[in-house]
Every structure is written in C-alpha cells, then in structure tokens.
Write a protein that binds this ligand. Structure first.
Ligand code: ADP
Length: 448
C-alpha cells in the first residue's frame, strides 16, 4: 500500500516544491501557474489511463494495456487477477467436461432434473433406457416423456430411500431399478439413476426354475419309495416273490435319485471350480474304452464302430473329458432304437482344431429343440428320457466341460435320420502323443 502512495505523493511534493521555487523567483502568480499546469497534467494522465481501463472493461477479452507508474501496477495486478480467473474457469470447464464424459459413458442411465422435474442433462445410457433424445427432450418435463403412472407417482413422492423397479420405457426387454438422489437445494436439482437389472432378474428366474425342477425330479422317486415302504409296513406276512419285485423297483428309484444327485454335484463342482487341469489326455485310447462301454450298454442291439486319429492327444482334464464323451455316447445308445448304427470319431478338423463326434441313426431332433438341449432339465421327450435313466442334466454338463476347455458343442440332427453331437476343441488344445522312450536307450544304459 505504501508503495502505491509513494509515487503520487512524491509527484505532488516535487510539484509543490518546484512551484514554491518558481513563486519565490518569478512571483506568486507564476508559482500558481506552474502548480496548476502540473496538477492539470497529472489529472489528464490519470483520466487517460481511466479511459483506457474503461475501454478495456467494455471488451475484457483483450489483454490490458501497458502503463507506467501506479496505473502500471494497477493494470499488472488486474491482468494477474483476470488470468488466474481464466485459468480457474478453464480448469473447471475441463473437469466438468471430463465428468460429463465419464457419466456419459456409464452403463447406468443418469438424468439430471430441476426442481420441477424438467430434464437438464442426460447421459447416453439414459437415452436408450428411457427413449429420450437430448436435442428434443432437454427442458421438457420428464413425466410428459415417460408416461407411466407408477413412475410419475414415485417421482412426485420424492422419497429418496425408495427405489422403483420398472420395465425400461425405451427398451421393453430391459428391467430397470430407479433411484433418486438429491443434488442441490438452491436451485433444487436431483439425479435420476437407472440401473439395468435384466441379467440379475434372468439369473434369479433361472435359479427359481432350477430349484423347482430339482424338487420335481426328486419328488417322484421319493414318493414311489415312501409308497412302497408304507405298503411293506402294512403287510403282516409279505409274499417273498412280490417282496423281491418291490425291492427291485425300490432300487431303481434309489438309483434314479443317486444319478440325479451325482449329476447335480458334478454341475456344482464344474461351476465352482474355474481352473481346468492341463494334462495330456490320450483320447485315442479313451475312444477304445468308450467303444467297449457303448457295446456293453447296447447289449448288442446296435452296430457300434469307432475310429480315432492316433496322433492327436488333448490337453485338458482326463476325468472331465471322459465324463463329457461318455455322456454323448450313452445318449446315442439310449436314443437310438435297436438295430441302429452309432459311430464314434476322434479326428482333426479342417480349421486346425480337433473333435470327438458321435453320430447315430436314431430318431433325430426337431430343429426348434436343438438350441435348448443344453439347458438343465430340458428334454424333448420327458417320459423317454426318464425311462432310459436320464436326469436331463447330461448335455448341460457336457457343454460346461467343453467350454472349460475353450471348445463348443456342435449339434446336427435330422428327424428320422439321426444326430451328430460333436465336442470341438481349438487348435491350442491339440497336442502330439508324448515321445515313446527310444528302443536303443536300454541296451546303451546296460552297456554303461
Ligand atoms: P437326458 O438325461 O434326458 O438324456 P441330456 O441332457 O443328456 O438329458 O439330453 C437332453 C435331451 O436331448 C434328451 O432328453 C433328449 O431328448 C435329447 N437328446 C440327447 N441326445 C440325443 C440323441 N443322440 N438323439 C436324440 N435326442 C437326444
């Protein structure tokens, strides 16, 4: 502050001193004239700088003029102030833009509303979810655009703890959970957040269906067993022949429960364990084993053949691969009428991968069922599946195992002609058989 006063005061002091000096030499009038001219000149200079400042204030975009003395100091400080304001403004607008970009690409829909529920801003996700277009809808009341009575009642209630589950107005296949968050009191603003819960809802429905299906599958054999046991309890002297028949039926039902529980445990294990072991699996020898098992299962009722490329082994879990392949083979035997043909093949594919294909000359499957066959408990013919000992979980397990090995299940079928179920694996899973120990190795070792 002192620095500011120093210049004008020293100018006035100097002028007064000079005027006194002139007055003393040339007379009082001359001194007064010099003082007036000096003060007038000083006043003119200040008015000139004031006019420049005034002109600048009219168009503050330009940089401030340069000046000497106190005005120079004023302009310099003003310049600094303006620059720091501009910097802050740039920073804030860059941060705002960043925030808008981040919010804009959020998977959740975000709509900013004012106190009257007019739309101030919305992100990309909200546009799809609510069917809104920013260029048309900003400034409009959201309740005019989202015409849903439940939504409007909820919006008017403004209960920030209450969420609303709604079918997306702009995408009927989606389910949304809406939440209101207060943003500011003055001016009153709030944020409408829409979270897509379609997948969660679907998974919940799958889980509910699964529990219902398991209960249903278990109820039948359990009811049969309980019925038999009650009959036994009422018999004073059971007929040994009838007793034996009943025991056989009891065993059949218990087997059914065991198979179901085994398959459920397998599925649970596969889902719980994300890692698959990478061991060399000798698939050609596995195919030999499967051929023997298939013939045993068929009791000579089918013509079953197998061919395998001996040079192709697989990298994976032997236990899981066996489980998947045996499921495909047993399905072929169970769904192919006596006299039919079944062919097992293990061969390299043209794309460099490898596949295990089971082709049968069975009844075939209508095209509309094919995409659903790997769903849990999905059967084309429930009675037929149960009668042949099926749990309805076989192909679900197969698909799971193949996917854990980065493969896919290929299903081709023609009604009346038969089906092919193939487990296809990518090139990376195909390995050559391990090199057998050299024949010369032993004699050499002996000689040593
Ligand atoms: P299931 O225990 O009922 O056999 P899967 O999951 O193994 O259960 O198979 C699902 C359904 O796919 C079967 O119920 C059957 O309708 C059909 N299916 C599977 N394999 C064959 C096949 N080789 N030929 C005809 N239908 C088949």
């Amino acid at each position: 502050m002192l620095a500011f006063w120093w210049r004008p005061l020293s100018f006035v002091a100097l002028l007064a001193f000079f005027s006194l000096f002139i007055g003393a030499i040339l007379g009082r009038v001359s001194g007064l004239v010099v003082l007036s001219i000096g003060l007038g000149w000083g006043l003119f200079l200040h008015l000139h700088q004031l006019a420049r400042l005034y002109a600048w204030l009219g168009k503050p975009g330009r940089s401030l003029p340069n000046a000497e003395g106190s005005w120079g100091e004023v302009f310099y400080r003003l310049n600094k102030l303006v620059r720091s304001h501009l910097d802050a403004e740039h920073r804030v607008s860059a941060e705002l833009e960043q925030m808008q970009q981040a919010t804009g690409s959020l998977p959740d829909g975000v709509v900013i509303l004012d106190g009257h529920n007019s739309i101030l801003w919305l992100n990309n996700a909200a546009q799809g979810m609510f069917g809104l277009r920013p260029e048309r809808d900003i400034g409009q009341f959201v309740s005019y655009l989202v015409r849903n009575s439940r939504f409007n009642e909820w919006l008017v209630a403004e209960d920030y703890n209450q969420t609303l589950t709604l079918t997306a107005p702009g995408a009927q296949e989606k389910t949304l959970v809406l939440r209101l968050v207060p943003l500011s009191r003055e001016p009153q603003m709030k944020m409408l957040i829409a979270h897509d819960i379609t997948e969660i809802t679907r998974l919940e429905a799958v889980r509910r269906d699964f529990v219902a299906n398991v209960s249903h599958e278990l109820r039948t054999p359990v009811t049969v067993i309980v019925g038999f046991l009650e009959t036994f309890a009422e018999m004073d002297q059971p007929d040994p022949v009838q007793f034996k028949q009943h025991i056989a039926l009891l065993r059949e039902q218990s087997d059914r429960i065991r198979r179901l529980v085994d398959d459920l445990l397998t599925l649970a294990r596969l889902e719980g364990d994300s890692e698959v072991s990478d061991e060399p699996v000798n698939v050609p020898s596995l195919v030999e084993r499967l051929l023997g098992e298939a013939r045993g299962l068929s009791h000579g009722q089918h013509e079953i053949t197998a061919e395998a490329d001996g040079r192709a082994w697989l990298l994976g879990s032997e236990h899981e691969i066996y489980s998947a392949f045996t499921n495909l083979v047993s399905n072929a035997v169970r769904y192919t009428p006596p006299g039919g043909r079944i062919r097992l093949r293990w061969l390299e594919r043209e794309d460099g991968g490898v596949e295990f294909a089971v082709t049968d000359s069975g009844e075939g499957i209508e095209p509309q069922h094919i995409p659903r066959l790997t769903e849990r408990f999905y059967r084309v013919d429930r009675g037929r599946s149960r009668a042949s000992g099926g749990t309805g979980l076989g192909l679900a397990i197969v698909k799971h195992i193949i996917q854990r090995h980065q493969g896919r299940l290929r299903i081709e079928s023609t009604v009346g002609k038969g089906s092919t179920f193939a487990a296809c694996f990518p090139h990376e899973r195909l390995i050559p058989p391990p090199v057998a120990p050299s024949v010369d190795a032993e004699p050499q070792a002996d000689a040593a």
